[in-house]
Each structure stands twice: as C-alpha cells, then as structure tokens.
Design a protein around this ligand. Structure first.
Ligand code: ADP
Ligand code: MG
Length: 630
C-alpha cells in the first residue's frame, strides 16, 4: 500500500496557523501596535488604506532591529521576548508568542524597514506569502516600519469573508483605541485613506480618555486608585450622569492589556447600581495590575479573555474600589450648570481633588480591609467621610446654636422628619420667625440656612454646600432602611387605634407579598380578608395618624419604581419607602433639623447622591466663586 501522509509545506502550515492570529485587518493592527509598544516607541503612526484590506502600516520610533533580527522576526516562534518556559508566566510585554509577524507574512505581502537605534544603516525586506522576495540595506529613520499589503491575497476564501469597509474600519479603530488608551505616554496617530482620524498627543491618562472619548467627559470623570499587596487598580469612572444607553466607553486592562470581562463589568455595574438607570452603562477605564503569576492570559487565542486565580477577590476588589471612588470623590456637578465653558476647564473645576487629597484617599480603610484576606467587599460604613467634619474647618463643633435655637430643640417632635405632618403649617411660621432671629447675626457662625424651603445652605471651610433637603433625606432613610434589612429591624410604633385599609385586589396581592419585608421595616400589618388589612403600627419615624397615607404612598411609589426600574423587590421597597417618607421640598426646617440632616447625610456610605442618582448636594468652592466674580 502506498504511503499517503505528506508534511504540509511551510507556507500552507503558516497560513493555517495564521488563521488563529490574523482574522481580519484589525488583528494585524493590534499585533503591530503591540510590537511597536514593546519596542519602546514614543511615537507610533498607524496608516490604513481601504479599511486595512489594501494596507495596514505601523511606523514606530522604537529600538529597531538588526539585519539578522529583521530576517528572523518572520520565522514562526521567533521572539526576543521569551527565553525560558518560566518567562511565559511572568511576561509583561504585549506579544509573547512569536507568531504575529510569521502569521502576517503568511497571508499578505509585507514590507519591513528597520534601523537599530544608533546604527548607521537600516534593513529593507520584502516578503510575499512567507517567502523573502528582496532584502537590502536602506536609508530609513530609527525605528521600524512594517507595511502589510493586500491581506489574504493568497487566501481568497478568507478575503471574501471580510466585512464591509465600515465594519472592518470599526474593528481597527477599536483596536487602536485599546492600545492608545493603555499608553497615554506614547503619541499615536491614525490615518485612513489620507484622512487623519486621531492625533493623540502624549499626556496623562485623563487627557487621553478625553481625547479619545470626547470633551464632554472633562470634569465628569473621577479617579479610582487603590493599592494593596495583592493588586493595584487605577483609572477613571464616569460620574453617574454620564452613563449612556449604549456600550462603548468601558475599558478594562490587566497588566496594561485590554481584556473583556463580563464578570468584572458586573462588579462595576453593581458599584453604580443605585446611581444610574437600569440598562445604562457608565464610562470606565480601569487598569488592574497584579503579579502575572495570578493571571492566565492564554486562555483565549486573541488574548482578550483571561483567568484570575481568585475571581471573587477580583470582583470584590473592583467593586469596592469603584464604590469607594464614587463615595470619596465629590460627585457633585461643581459649577456645571450653564457656566462659561472657560470656567469649566479650570483645574479647580475639572479636577475635583488635589494630589494631596488623593494621597489621603488611598490611605483608607479599603487598604486595611484588603490586608485582611477576603474582606474586600466591606467598606467601613462610616470610613469614607469619617472626617467629614474637616470640611467645616477647625476641630471645634461645626455649629453654634443661637439662644433662640434651644427653644426649638425643646420640642421633642422636632427630632423626626415626617412627611405627612399635619402641624407643618403652624410650626413653619414659628420656625421661620425663630430663623429670622439668627439669620442676621449668625451667618458667620456656620449655622445652616434654608433656601426656598427646599435647599440647605451650609458653610464649609472651602466655601459652601447647597443640600437638596429631599434628596439628602431620601439618601439617609434609604441607608437606614438598608441597615434595617441587613442588621436590626426598624422599631415599630404601635398605633393606639389600628386602622383598616381597603385595597384594590391587585394592590392587596402586592402588599401580601411584601408583608415580611414591611415588618422588618417597621410596619405592623395584618391581612384581614377581602383585600383589607389592619395596620397596627408604623415605623417609629412616621407620625401616627398617617398610617393609611403612608402605606398608600408607599404602594404608589412601589408601582412607579416597578414600572421604571428592574430592581429586586426588596430594593424597590426600600427605595419606595425612602422616597415616600422623605422630607419633601416645601417643608420648612428648624436649624436643628437641618443640622441633623447634614450630620446624618455625611454619615452615609454614599452621601453624594440620592438612591435614584440625584445629587444630594453641590459644593461651591471659594476659589471658584472668586473666579466667577472675575
Ligand atoms: P512576539 O511579539 O510575540 O515576540 P512577533 O511575531 O510579534 O512576536 O515579533 C517577533 C519579534 O520581532 C519580536 O520578538 C521582536 O523582537 C521583533 N519585532 C517585531 N516588531 C518590532 C518592532 N516594531 N520593533 C522592534 N522589534 C520588533
Ligand atoms: Mg508581537
């Protein structure tokens, strides 16, 4: 019987192998850009023609190649980046398989020009279908230029498989952005058919993000930075208001390599959960650095998916870091409303935190919690603004009550903020008279002032803040109710005269389901048949006599939320209660009440926004005010 096994000729074997590495022009873009980065370039140009089908060229000013290396680099498994198998596990450079150039050479026509740094003369090599066509010395700039022409000219089946120019171009731009984002210290340009699409100057990560994703992010991103023994994370997340209905502005890099991780994406979405509408996506550009020994980057041929040693730890870490950044940073639209864009560009406005403050924020409980294994997910509730009183200046008590104020404090009712108070009217006139009493004398004593029965103005060391009383109280209640669910139930205030509630059948069914949660949250409610319920008690901070209104309002709010948001039922209930029981705009507050709101707000885990994502306060800095006044 005749032998039938043949060894495949090299060029065919290479074409097959190339299929894994080079699937479309964008794959070559990625490989060539990464090589240029690895070569230590500080300026990299990407030139595209016909969406890369005709030409993908990368020109860098990196270290270049010797004549021998220029020839060698197209051989399979030719790499300067791995010497031993151990290198595989500690590799920090971008490419590491020594396959990219061989693959590119197998499926296109390549022209390489390279000159070693410090060398007099360069090398020119032309390759066609893996075969060297020409090699000679040449004059060329220091660094390397690789041009890949006519991709898949020799594999028509693959060439036909390419998508429209628009689609291929989008892939190219995606790859370009991913590399450019990871190396803001390198200058990148992208030219398509003689049109320059990107010119990215060297700069900071923030500048790079804005240059790539748009000026509108200026002043709307906050920095994330956490350092632990196990890993570091740094980067930026968009403020909640910048969340978009479409994806595209989300980037994860592990050891500076772009990766896709639905799992870590989820961690971030979770950190934003109560701040942005469902189905919307916040910007994030996050870099995670950890010992390469803890990641396996080889699980996917295009290396965009990786495996972590300890996925849960990564999840908790990323989530905490983002939550922490959101809580730590002043997520308030400082002077963002209708101001001259010139002012918004000012550092003081666009960079909410000073380096000093940033350094401080790194030094937080998150760090400490990470040194205790698996504690990543707990942020000490009171930690992030533990020193919030510093906002108010020197150590002494931040409020000086005037004598008249003590009169208000005598009234025990003042302690609770109730929405449905029937005594609002009578009391508010009294309060405002008292308020007028101190207004002219105590402005400089840091006593909060109510503005239009809607906002609380409070002087702080660096200027003043304006608190939205409703949003702030909603946040306070929301966290109180959350704690109730997780830790200790809200005390119930038993009614002297239990009330009967007659509900529509659908509402009755809804309430039936919620009864166990309602009990934890302080309601004492019992079904009485026929869609009726007896209300025996309500949360202690709801004024008695309002049981019915309280539950009806709650139902209304709950239905509103079920309609708007896809949240777990309990979360919906808590939000509904917080919304429903919060102080509304239009209620006048005593100084004591305002001070309580301020105190409690800043004791919250996330004081910056209401559960629905509204700002709870806006800060006005003296420096910015001075600029506004010119
Ligand atoms: P890998 O990057 O995995 O080593 P490649 O096929 O991408 O494999 O590149 C092979 C080798 O060619 C690299 O290891 C490097 O030594 C050299 N090389 C490729 N591109 C460049 C470049 N732009 N500048 C300098 N050297 C390069
Ligand atoms: Mg490479």
């Amino acid at each position: 019987m005749a032998d039938i096994i043949n060894l495949l000729p090299d060029n065919i074997a290479n074409q097959i192998a190339a299929g894994e590495v080079i699937q479309r022009p964008a794959s070559a873009v990625k490989e060539l850009l990464e090589n240029a980065v690895d070569a230590g370039a500080t300026e990299i140009q990407l030139i595209i023609r016909d969406a890369g089908k005709e030409l993908v060229q990368v020109i860098d000013n990196g270290k270049g190649m010797s004549e021998t290396d220029a020839r060698m680099c197209f051989e399979r498994h030719a790499t300067s980046k791995i010497q031993t198998i151990n290198d595989l596990f500690s590799i920090r450079t971008m490419g590491f398989r020594g396959e990219a150039l061989a693959s590119i050479a197998a499926v296109s026509q390549v022209e390489l020009k390279t000159r070693l740094r410090g060398s007099e003369i360069g090398t020119y090599i032309e390759i066609d279908n893996s075969a060297v066509k020409k090699q000679e010395m040449c004059q060329t700039a220091e660094g390397t230029s690789i041009a890949m022409k006519n991709l898949f000219f020799n594999v028509p089946a693959r060439r036909n498989f390419l998508k429209s120019n628009a689609a291929e171009m989008r892939h190219i731009v995606d790859e370009f952005i991913r590399v450019a984002m990871a190396f803001p210290q390198i200058q990148f340009t992208l030219t398509n058919n003689t049109q320059q699409l990107f010119y990215l100057e060297k700069g900071s990560l923030k500048q790079r993000i804005i240059a790539i994703l748009g000026q509108h992010y200026n002043a709307r991103i906050v920095s994330v930075k956490e350092t632990t023994d196990y890993m570091n994370v740094h980067g930026f997340v968009g403020k909640p208001e910048t969340a978009k209905k479409t994806r595209g502005d989300q980037f994860f890099f592990v050891n500076n390599r772009f990766i896709k991780s639905p799992y870590l994406h989820h961690a971030i979405m979770n950190a934003f959960a109560e701040m942005i509408p469902a189905d919307s996506f916040p910007l994030y550009v996050l870099f995670i650095d950890l010992d390469p020994g803890h990641v396996d980057i080889n699980v996917h041929p295009t290396k965009q998916e990786i495996k972590f040693d300890d996925e849960k730890l990564m999840y908790a870490f990323v989530q905490s870091a983002v939550k922490h950044a959101l809580a730590q940073f002043n997520i308030t639209p400082t002077l963002d409303f209708g101001l001259d864009p010139g002012i918004q560009q000012l550092d003081a406005v666009s960079k909410p935190f000073t380096e000093q403050q940033q350094a401080k924020s790194v030094n937080t409980s998150l760090y400490k919690s990470f040194t205790q294994a698996n504690q990543a997910h707990t942020i000490d509730k009171s930690s992030n603004l533990k020193h919030w009183k510093d906002l108010y200046g020197s150590g002494e008590s931040n409020v000086t009550y005037t004598e008249t104020e003590t009169e208000t404090m005598d009234s025990p009712q003042e302690e609770s903020y109730t929405t449905h108070s029937t005594t609002i009217e009578s009391r508010s006139s009294a309060t405002s008279m008292i308020d007028e009493g101190w207004q002219d004398t105590s402005i400089d004593q840091k006593v909060p002032v109510q503005v239009h029965q809607q906002y609380i103005l409070s002087q702080i060391k660096s200027g003043f803040i304006l608190i939205d009383q409703q949003a702030a109280h909603e946040r306070i209640l929301y966290e109180r109710y959350q704690r109730a669910v997780q830790e200790t139930a809200i005390p119930t205030q038993q009614s002297l005269f239990p009330q009967t509630l007659q509900l529509l059948p659908a509402d009755a069914a809804l309430i039936m389901e919620m009864i166990p949660d309602l009990q934890i949250l302080g309601y004492d409610l019992e079904p009485f048949g026929n869609n009726t319920f007896v209300v025996r008690g309500t949360p202690a901070d709801i004024q008695s006599g309002n049981e019915q209104a309280s539950i009806e309002g709650l139902l209304e709010q709950f239905k509103h939320f079920s309609h708007e948001l896809k949240l777990p039922r309990r979360e919906q209930l808590i939000r509904s209660m917080a919304r429903n029981n919060s102080i509304q705009a239009g209620k006048s507050l005593s100084t004591r009440e305002m001070q309580n709101i301020i105190d409690e707000l800043f004791a919250c885990t996330m004081p910056n926004s209401s559960p629905g994502g509204k700002y709870t306060y806006i800060s006005f800095k003296l420096t910015d005010l001075a600029k506004m006044f010119g």
